[in-house]
Ligand binder design. Structure first.
Ligand SMILES: [Zn+2]
Length: 266
């Protein structure tokens, strides 16, 4: 393991430094001045002459801190090389992976960029444009399940009258083929009737994307029938009315699918 020399001020950091530098052999040292380098400098890659220690380069990341990476100089041919700094890059990557995860989860749960900026001010301050970039790059890199494996259906209800009898017509349409999946008439449209209608006409074990109007009972019914396999999207026509009332925000299909992934992964 890397030999760690510590000054009195650095002493409490011994444990954390050990875990960070654990992967390096005992050819390396972390000096009392905080420089990471080989104890015995390497041979010159150009001429093979033993190189000498030659100061360090400092790499800084805002708020997080800095790392001093040793340099070596060949006194025979003048070649200068720098020590590997993957531990520093890994440290930063690990930190920003968590920051990204926090921003992404807040955003997928409809937190505004302004709100995320406020929350981040307690953790790692960054403005809302930075947050937006973090979220957008994460969504671009995220593996979204192939659309072809998900069924897209529209569910609709109509309330025709047969004489003096109120009837309820429940309809399922395949969003892609535009074909009617089921179209049935009932005397009631209570939750049990709708549940039974969905169970009989759809595969409840496969991911599904259901588009409906705003009736509030749907989400609970879909949860009971499909578990976490259903993504419920309000019809855009109805959704626009909601947005006017500043109710839930419109979410893209990609974001909904990404959210499903996160939920099902847990
Ligand atoms: Zn050389």
């Amino acid at each position: 393991m890397t030999k760690i020399q510590l000054s009195l001020i650095d002493f409490p950091h011994h444990e954390i430094l050990s875990s960070i530098l654990n992967d390096f052999s005992n050819d390396f040292e972390f000096t009392a001045d905080g420089v990471f380098r080989r104890i015995i400098p390497p041979l010159c890659p150009d001429c093979g002459f033993p190189m000498s220690h030659n100061g360090f380069n400092t790499y800084r990341k805002r708020i997080l801190g800095e790392a001093n990476i040793g340099r070596y100089l060949c006194r025979a041919c003048g070649k200068s090389v720098e020590e590997d700094r993957t531990f520093w890059n890994n440290l930063k990557a690990g930190f920003f992976d968590i920051i990204t995860e926090i921003c992404l989860r807040l955003r997928l749960n409809h937190a505004s960029y302004e709100l995320i900026e406020q929350i981040m001010s307690f953790i790692y301050p960054c403005d809302k444009d930075t947050v937006r970039n973090i979220v957008q790059s994460a969504i671009e890199e995220m593996k979204v399940p192939a659309i072809r494996d998900i069924r897209f259906v529209h569910y609709d209800e109509q309330h025709p009258k047969a004489g003096r009898n109120q009837k309820y017509r429940l309809t399922l349409l395949d969003s892609i083929s535009r074909q009617v999946i089921a179209d049935e008439l009932f005397d009631s449209k209570d939750a049990g009737t709708v549940e039974d209608f969905l169970r009989r006409n759809l595969d409840t074990h496969k991911p599904i994307f259901i588009i409906t109007d705003l009736y509030r009972g749907y989400s609970d019914i879909f949860k009971r029938v499909f578990g976490n396999k259903a993504t419920h999207q309000l019809c855009l026509l109805h959704l626009n009315k909601l947005i006017v009332r500043d109710f839930p925000r419109k979410t893209s299909i990609e974001q909904e699918l990404v959210l499903c992934n996160i939920i099902s992964a847990n």
